[in-house]
Every structure is written in C-alpha cells, then in structure tokens.
Design a protein around this ligand. Structure first.
Ligand code: ATP
Ligand code: MG
Length: 156
C-alpha cells in the first residue's frame, strides 16, 4: 500500500518515546525536508524499524542517545539507527544476521530477547531487494543502516 515514509518513521518513534524517556535516553529524528509516499509493505518495514530501535535502546545505557536518520539517494530510501551504547566486538559482526545469534549470552539473557530480530530484519530487507549492514565500536556505539529501492512514488 502507499505509505508516507515520514509518518511511518514518526509513528515508530512515538511507540518508543515512553521507554526512552524512562531511561533518560535521548531519542531523536533526523529527516530531510522531503520524504516521499511510496509503495511499501508497511508491516514488514515497521518490524525492521521496531527491532533496530528496540536493540538500540536495549543496548544503550541510561542517558545515552539514539538517533534515527533517513535519506533519499537516487531511487533508494536509506534509514540508519545510531546509538551510543555498548557496541559489538568486531568478531561478532559477520554473524549478527544469523538466527538466534547473540553476542553475549549472559548479558542477552538478562536483557531478554531471542536473537531473531536482526535475522528477520535481514530477511525482510533482502525480500525488498535492499541491503542492511552494521558498523560498531565497543564502548562507543552502533550504527545499523539499510536501504530499500523505491518503486512507486506519489507527489506529496
Ligand atoms: P530479539 O530481537 O529476538 O528480541 P535480540 O535483540 O537479542 O533478540 P537481535 O535483534 O537479532 O536479537 O540482535 C542480535 C544480537 O546482536 C543481540 O543479542 C545483541 O547482542 C547484538 N546487538 C544488536 N543490536 C545491538 C546494538 N544496537 N548494540 C549492541 N549490541 C547489539
Ligand atoms: Mg532485537
């Protein structure tokens, strides 16, 4: 269906604002002036955004920062979720999109989750002919970004 990208991103931020505020995490949006309305499987992209933002909040300490950035480049929509959290050691980066893969079993047990979120996100983005990647530095934070090609757009 036709989805306003801006509305979709603002809605997902609204869903996490309470949780972020409770932990004094600054949750901000960086959106360009123009974002299109596009043909999109909103439920699926919502699921990707939900997972990336919930990870960013989950693996970031109180008073940290989480930022969601969207950009249009040619006929692609780029979305990046950036956090100032604990980060991911280099040796784990290549396996993050595997089902049930979790970096630190003890820590992950404490924080909850099954290790499926990123695997599902990866599958959804692949099905949309896009790509998803992670960049991270231990103790500094993590950036997860994906793009999807934009097919049908409508002026808005
Ligand atoms: P689920 O998403 O199924 O609830 P999960 O969040 O543990 O569980 P994934 O979303 O697949 O699983 O993430 C896999 C692992 O990658 C996590 O367990 C965590 O160790 C690491 N990870 C993911 N995102 C971040 C992040 N933003 N900062 C630090 N570590 C992360
Ligand atoms: Mg997750």
């Amino acid at each position: 269906s036709l989805v306003s990208v801006r509305e979709m991103i603002e809605d997902v931020i609204d869903r996490f604002s309470f949780q972020a505020r409770q932990r004094s995490i600054e949750l901000t949006l960086d959106l360009p002036d123009y974002l299109p309305t596009i043909e999109l499987d909103r439920d699926q992209i919502d699921q990707v955004l939900d997972n990336l933002i919930s990870n960013a909040i989950k693996y970031t300490g109180d008073q940290g920062k989480v930022r969601v950035i969207a950009r249009l480049k040619q006929n692609r929509l780029f979305i990046e979720v950036e956090d100032t959290g604990i980060g991911i050691p280099k040796k784990h980066l290549s396996r993050l999109f595997e089902r049930f893969y979790r970096v630190d079993k003890a820590r992950s047990r404490e924080l909850g989750g099954t290790g499926l979120g990123l695997a599902i996100a990866h599958e959804i983005i692949k099905a949309h002919h896009g790509e998803i990647e992670v960049e991270s530095e231990v103790g500094k934070g993590t950036k997860v970004r994906f793009f999807i090609p934009i097919t049908t757009t409508k002026e808005d």
